[in-house]
Structure formats: C-alpha cells, structure tokens
Design a protein around this ligand. Structure first.
Ligand code: PFF
Length: 470
C-alpha cells in the first residue's frame, strides 16, 4: 500500500493532535486494492465453497448474499467512516470520537473485540495458508497429473495426518505475514495486490472455463443458485451471517484502520460497494470452479474444510498444462491469504505499539509467536487431537474440535458482535451531522443507509444470535 504524505486532506485539523504524518492512500484505487487484499482470501476460495456444500447450496447462498447486502455493506461503510473521522488506529479513533462527542469511553472496546478476534483467526488461518504453501510443491512436482479422486484424497489426508509437516508450512506462512507487518504494511503491498488480485481472478476464470467444458456445470449451477429452503437450518443462517463478516473482513476494525488513511474527497459508499462486489464475485467464481468438479467426480459437496484441496487438484491433474496452472493457482492463493493474514496481524501490532509503547519489530514478534503457538492447537485437532471436543457438553458445539471452535467462536460470535457494536455506535450514538458530512450522500441514499444500520442490521444480527442460542 503506498501512502502519500500529503497531510492536507487528513482529518487532523479536526482531531486533537496532529495526524499529518500518517499520510493517505495515493488514490481511491489504492484503498480499494488494500481493502480487497484483506477481504479476498481463504474465506472466498477455501471457506465459502465448503460451507455452501455443508449447508445445502442455493438457499444458503441466497442467505449469504442477503447478509452481504443488508448487514455487510452498511457495516463496512460505517467502519470506513469511523476510521476516516477518527484518523487513528481503531481503538484510538473510537476513543477520540467518543471524547469529542462526549460519549462513554467504553466504546473503545469495540476495537478491543477486533484485536482479540484477529489474533484468534490468524492462528488457524495460518494453518490453512500452510496447506496452500504445501500444495505449491505438490502441484509443481507433477504429483497431481492424471490422479484419481481417491489418490488426490489420499494426498490430502496424508498432509493432515502429519503434524510436523503441517507445523513447517504453518511456520512458513506465519513468517511471511510477520515479515511484512514488521517492515510496515504501507510499502509495496499496493503494487503486489494490483498484480496478484487480477491474476487470481483470471486463474479462477480458467478453472471455471475448464469446469464448464469438463465438469457437471449445469448441476453445479442448480446446486448453487436454485434455493431449496428445506435444506437451510438456523445454524446455517448463523454461518451465512458469520461468513458475511469474515469474508468482508468486518467486525474486527480492519476496515476502520484502512479507512483512517482514506482521503476526504473519496466516496465511502462507492468504494465499500466496489470492494463487496469484487469479494462476492470471487467467492461465486470459486463455487463455479469447484462444484462442477465435485459433481462430475461423484465427490461429496459437504466434505468440509478439505473440499478445495480435494477437488481443484483433480482438475489440475486432468487439464492441459495442469501442473503449471495448479502451481500458479496455489501461489496466487497464498498471496490472497497473505494479504488477508497481514490485515489480521496489523491491528494487534498497532495496538501493542500505541498502548504498550513497544516498537514494531518487538510487537510483531511477540504477537506473531504467540499466535503461531496457538496455531499448534489447530494443527493437532486435525490429527492427534481429532477426537478432542472440549465443549461437547454444549449441544451446539458438540463434536467440535479446537480448530472448529476457534472458527465458530470468531466468525460466528466475535465478528458479528464487533459488527453489531459498530452498527449501534454509528446508528445510535455518533453525531448524525458528522456522518452526513463524512458520507456526503444524497438525502435519500443517506436515509436508506442510516435506517438499515440503525434498525435492520442490529435486529438481523440479534435475531440470528438469539435464535441460535435457544
Ligand atoms: N476476509 C478474509 C478472507 O475472506 O479470507 C479473512 C479476514 C481478514 C477476516 C481480515 C477478518 C479480517 F479482519
């Protein structure tokens, strides 16, 4: 992310203290790229297809799209707006706005929920990022060529059953994230994202093209887009809601942090909608790439977290130049995961720097190593501890391993909770005049956003929560 140092358009005139040295994004495109870099990641390519498979397809997809529109986009706009108005790291932006508008200082805890969520998510995110790293070698060595579905499945189970190999790749992934965060996020990332994101998009299109000609494309389209609401459970609705937060990087103040670098003259609504559309597009493309292969090969759509690692390698093993495309695909997947991983670690490091006065290298090392160590619990849940389900006495969490619990607790509880607090803050607490200035929308567009955020978003999140609890 290159950030120019033109302090003139910052919010620093209005907030206490000078913020001019933080600089701003070089353009609207720079912000879109960075925010897309955070949003597009394993959530789109790894998680979306497998949770869609587990939750029965079409009806779940519609629920997820509705959550993006009604909950995701309004909250993304609110987060970016709060960030730009505060002009600081999330915790301090919230504190500044609260102080200036004479609000309760506890509002800064919204940022704290985010810091905790990012930390927990990165611990298992890095393990999955490690799978992608491992598959670069698998694809490049030609091991996938011409293999049967069973053989491809065996390669994947072989990886999961080997804690030391998983640890190695988890370590590599975490190190990649830590190196960038330690050196300061705002250099080089913008250029990397601007090449790699379109690259990933094109590669997904190539796999979709292959799936159209060689897979059961019609069946996949029916599965993805023809809703059968009898297949959607209440917990499926919670998963769809949680995923809307996870995939758009909401509820943990990442968009707030990025918004603090957004120049004043750029439309928050347009940029938020653009990022959300790109993110959703990548997820749907991933679905269209994977499900034709699933159906053509008689695989199980509800196979769980291993789904893409058991289906895409099959396609790469069969298509012309498959080893080349396969290697490239996993390299790009690593980059997508990398830019998201960076945005997961950044808030914790920023918080340690500001709050504890540690320097960037020490903060990164401290947070990164603890997160890495926590990742070991997720690795072990895939093999040695696969039967350990510590919270099985709670019916909803029955049979969930530590890895499953971390995913459930962050995506389905912490992120929606963080998002709910953001919605309440913007919808009920912050000065309406300030928000009108910040968003500069037409009166009707502002009202639409405001009413959605004030009433519909919190009610939707609360209803899904309460329904699931009972
Ligand atoms: N949005 C990322 C993905 O879909 O892979 C994951 C993520 C990144 C979640 C940053 C939350 C976050 F703050």
């Amino acid at each position: 992310m290159s950030v120019t140092s033109s302090g003139s358009a910052t919010y620093s005139e209005a907030v206490e203290g000078s913020n001019a040295k933080r600089g701003l994004w070089s353009s609207r495109l720079a912000f879109i790229l960075a925010a897309t870099g955070s949003a597009v990641g394993l959530g789109n390519i790894w998680k979306f297809p497998y949770i869609t498979g587990e939750n029965g397809g079409g009806a779940f997809v519609i629920m997820y799209l509705a959550c993006i529109a009604v909950v995701g986009i309004p909250i993304m706009m609110a987060e970016v707006m709060i960030g730009r108005r505060g002009g600081r790291s999330p915790v301090n932006s919230l504190r500044l706005i609260a102080e200036r508008d004479k609000l309760h200082p506890a509002w800064k805890l919204v940022g704290a929920v985010g810091v905790l969520a990012g930390f927990l998510i990165l611990s298992f995110y890095s393990v999955i990022g490690g799978w992608a790293v491992s598959y670069v070698g698998t694809a490049a060595s030609g091991q996938l060529a011409g293999q049967s579905a069973d053989a491809i499945g065996a390669i994947f189970s072989g990886l999961l059953s080997d804690p030391l190999t998983l640890l190695l790749w988890h370590t590599v992934f975490m190190a990649l994230v830590m190196v960038v965060v330690a050196r300061g996020v705002r250099s080089g990332l913008e250029r990397a994202v601007s090449i790699l994101m379109p690259g990933l998009f094109i590669l997904l299109l190539i796999v979709v093209g292959y799936a159209m000609t060689s897979g059961s494309f019609g069946k996949a389209v029916t599965f993805l887009f023809q809703p059968d609401f009898s297949k959607l459970t209440t917990s499926g609705v919670l998963v769809a809601l949680g995923h809307a937060f996870f995939t758009l990087s909401l509820g943990m103040a990442v968009m707030m942090a990025y918004g603090s670098y957004l120049p004043k003259n750029i439309s928050i609504a347009k940029t938020s909608i653009t990022v959300s559309i790109i993110d959703t597009g990548v997820a749907l493309l991933a679905g269209l790439a994977i499900f034709p292969i699933v159906f053509a090969n008689g695989l199980e759509p509800g196979a769980g977290p291993g789904l893409i690692f058991q289906t895409l390698p099959l396609a790469f093993g069969q298509m012309p130049m498959g080893s080349f495309f396969g290697t490239l695909f996993f390299v790009l997947l690593i980059f997508a995961a990398w830019t998201s991983g960076i945005s997961l670690l950044e808030p914790i490091v920023e918080w340690l720097e500001e709050q504890k006065g540690l320097n960037r290298t020490v903060s990164t090392l401290g947070a990164g190593v603890v997160c890495w160590a926590l990742g070991i619990a997720s690795i072990l849940s895939l093999n040695l501890w696969s039967d350990v389900a510590p919270l099985s006495f709670i019916p909803m969490l029955e049979g969930k391993t530590i890895f499953d619990l971390l995913d459930f607790f962050t995506a389905n509880i912490l992120l929606p909770l963080g998002g709910l607090l953001v919605a309440l803050f913007a919808g009920w607490v912050m000065s309406k005049q300030a928000m009108e200035n910040e968003l500069s929308l037409s009166a009707s567009a502002f009202s639409l956003w405001f009413v959605t955020l004030r009433f519909i978003t919190p009610v939707a999140v609360a209803v899904v929560f309460i329904y699931n609890l009972i």
